[in-house]
Design a protein around this ligand. Sequence first.
Ligand SMILES: Cc1cc2nc3c(=O)[nH]c(=O)nc-3n(C[C@H](O)[C@H](O)[C@H](O)COP(=O)(O)O)c2cc1C
Length: 215
Amino acid sequence: MKNIIIANGSPRKNWNTYKMCESFAAGVKEAGGEAEIINLYDIDFKGCRSCFACKLKEGKNFGRCAYPDGLPPVLDKISNAYGLVVASPIYCSDVTGVTRCFIERLTFPFFEYKNGYPSIAPKKLKTAMIYTMNVTEELSNQMYPDMFDKTEFMITTVFEKPVRIFAYDTYQFSDYDKFVVEVFDKNKKLKQKEEQFPKDLQNACEAGKNMVESI
Ligand SMILES: Cc1cc2nc3c(=O)[nH]c(=O)nc-3n(C[C@H](O)[C@H](O)[C@H](O)COP(=O)(O)O)c2cc1C
């Protein structure tokens, strides 16, 4: 079975990023694959501790992160999958800290310190990134000209180059009137939510189908 792991790096379940994950998963299933969404915020883990067990000569965990917390079972599952999706909201001009920690732990063990930095990942996984954010596409292009490339650098190095899926200008609050919000117009946000977000979900679904079909 062509199984795809979708790592949701948003703390909010049932919000924008999670819904994009669900749509991607629906596309995977439509194309005959299997999809599992893993909520990273439910797992007890931190970033790389620099223990270097993954780089130890003749070490039993060479090329693998085995730091004893909640993440290694997830990393092992990903190593055996056919595809990986990493989904994150943009927080303070980057992916969430938890997403960042996850990418460190996942990719660093596969990045061998040999000439040319060969990847020792068991499989060249198909990959995709889902990004959701408050800013519009135009502002994102101005504000984050190289952030996505930097975020994806290690993933591209050890697996395949990710397909990118975006949801811009997302609806952030359940009720805009309850919060101090001057910079976003709630009516424009609502229009975006009702008219554009369904299209973003459709894009995620198509990307899910395409990933399975490309395996
Ligand atoms: C702590 C925090 C920081 C944020 N920083 C940014 C930012 O720098 N740029 C941006 O466009 N949106 C920013 N946002 C908005 C979220 O990226 C956006 O609402 C996203 O779609 C939320 O995803 P979710 O609905 O899955 O939680 C921030 C939100 C939070 C909570």
